[in-house]
Design a protein around this ligand. Structure first.
Ligand code: HEM
Ligand code: HEM
Length: 186
């Protein structure tokens, strides 16, 4: 396939839906995470933190399923670039997956260590409630992975928009609408 030919093909529907649902969750969870400490202590903060954790778990499960799908049935398309740019794009996507797995793991570890009151309905017990320094450090690590994701995703978005508006090569289209031809590309 030459570089312009593969841009006529698209990812499969499941890959596209998973990409956009996960993207939406990442941005939503980042915004929610930033707002937790702005809310008054008590019910408002407990509720937002509980929603953050609940959607965080949904995000993690979808991410694991997405990785499984990308490694098994999902359509794979070559990047539209050549040489080192192809490798860079590929490694950058792997880096995005690694960041997303890290944020999930760091979130679960933070919950396990500090313990949480979920919606005032039940409590996840703290592994070590006394060690406030460690608790702060874990949330700090979680926050910085979240910021690294937002920075990387901004770059990823700019590149996608550059392809769309400047190069007009249809790259964005293949992660937007699924055509039947895509199944030939497995
Ligand atoms: C939080 C937001 C986002 C995350 C975490 C994310 C993550 C990813 C990942 C991991 C891939 C590689 C897919 C694979 O082969 O498995 C990908 C592909 C892609 N993303 Fe995103 N993305 C996000 C937002 C966006 C946005 C806002 C746009 C467009 C404006 C976009 C456009 C694309 C396109 C066009 C591809 C396909 C690239 C190619 O075929 O080489 N993404 N994204
Ligand atoms: C894309 C996924 C996620 C993003 C972008 C994200 C982002 C954030 C951000 C920005 C904060 C605020 C940190 C601070 O101000 O110090 C935060 C806090 C937190 N996150 Fe996440 N998070 C994600 C997933 C998760 C997951 C999967 C869990 C657990 C299962 C989790 C649990 C927590 C907890 C316990 C806090 C501390 C809340 C508090 O300050 O009381 N997060 N998150």
């Amino acid at each position: 396939m030459n570089p312009s030919e593969h841009l006529l093909h698209t990812y499969d529907k499941k890959t596209i839906v998973l990409h956009w649902v996960v993207a939406f969750l990442v941005v939503g969870l980042w915004i929610a995470g930033q707002c937790i400490d702005l809310l008054p202590r008590g019910f408002p903060r407990i509720t937002l933190r509980s929603f953050h954790i609940t959607f965080g778990v949904v995000f993690g499960l979808l991410l694991i399923y997405r990785i499984f799908w990308r490694r098994s049935g999902g359509v794979h398309l070559p990047t539209p670039n050549n040489g080192w740019l192809t490798r860079l794009a590929k490694y950058f996507h792997v880096f995005l997956y690694a960041l997303m797995l890290s944020i999930f793991i760091s979130g679960v570890v933070a919950v396990w260590y500090r313990g949480v009151n979920m919606f005032d309905l039940f409590k996840i017990p703290a592994f070590d409630a006394e060690n406030k320094e460690m608790r702060k450090l874990l949330v700090f690590i979680h926050e910085w992975i979240a910021n690294a994701i937002m920075l990387s995703v901004s770059l990823h978005t700019l590149v996608a928009l550059w392809h769309h508006f400047k190069l007009k090569d249809g790259l964005l289209q293949r992660m937007w609408t699924s055509k039947s031809t895509s199944h030939e590309q497995k």
